[in-house]
Design a protein. Structure first.
Length: 139
């Protein structure tokens, strides 16, 4: 299992993003099932399409959103199902995490490998998380 972060998805869908090439290479590995099924949290979907609307316009955001929701390799995770556990993570975690990041951590830790596709360096300071492709921006 691999949990998707908005920084990874934005880099993948925005060809002008500094991390686009690395995101595209990682996406190939994801699609081939290297980490198992991808988990797309509702919060991450919201962040992704919102940022992409600003960067690519409404049509670009809608296209990316549709592709994510239709992808056979991706499981959509409604956040109401994990909210109580996310709130606990948000309260206890000492890293500088947003509530959405706490949700990603919560879901990722359910798998012993705890893999997160992100370019957000904040995840590098979280125990029990493996960052793919390496974490190098501050989205």
């Amino acid at each position: 299992m691999i949990v998707l972060d908005s920084s990874f998805l934005i880099a993948y869908y925005n060809m002008r993003d500094a991390h686009h090439a690395e995101a595209a290479r990682t996406m190939v590995r994801l699609i081939t099932g290297e980490w198992g099924r991808a988990q797309l949290l509702e919060y991450v979907f919201l962040e992704t399409v919102t940022v992409l609307r600003g960067r690519l316009g409404l049509d670009g955001a809608l296209t990316a959103g549709d592709k994510l929701l239709e992808a056979e390799e991706v499981d959509f995770v409604p956040c109401s199902e994990v909210f109580p556990d996310v709130l606990t993570t948000f309260r206890r975690e000492r890293a500088d995490l947003s509530f959405t990041d706490a949700a990603i951590v919560t879901v990722a830790r359910r798998d012993r490998k705890g893999v997160v596709a992100t370019f957000d360096r904040d995840f590098l300071n979280v125990s029990g998380i493996t960052v793919i492709p390496g974490g190098s921006s501050d989205l």
